[in-house]
Design a binder for this molecule. Sequence first.
Ligand SMILES: [Zn+2]
Ligand SMILES: [Zn+2]
Length: 81
Amino acid sequence: MTIVLWRECWLKPLSNYDIQTDICKYCNQSFEDRDIITSCEFCEIGIMHSQCADDHIFKNHTMEVQRKIELHKDRRLHDFQ
Ligand SMILES: [Zn+2]
Ligand SMILES: [Zn+2]
């Protein structure tokens, strides 16, 4: 079985004034027009490129992700009972 991780959100246009930064907290590159950005649900690192957030999560939050997957499996089991 393949487990994918759906980042549940819709795209919301914001300016660098709205987000109060124009630097990605992960790669330290400036945000460009129409970059897709997000934040981490597991820590307070700040705003990152969406791709950087993927890297960040897999490097720093392997355990949290695994726990989520296990929780999800448990829930599915209960649904079928
Ligand atoms: Zn970045
Ligand atoms: Zn994090």
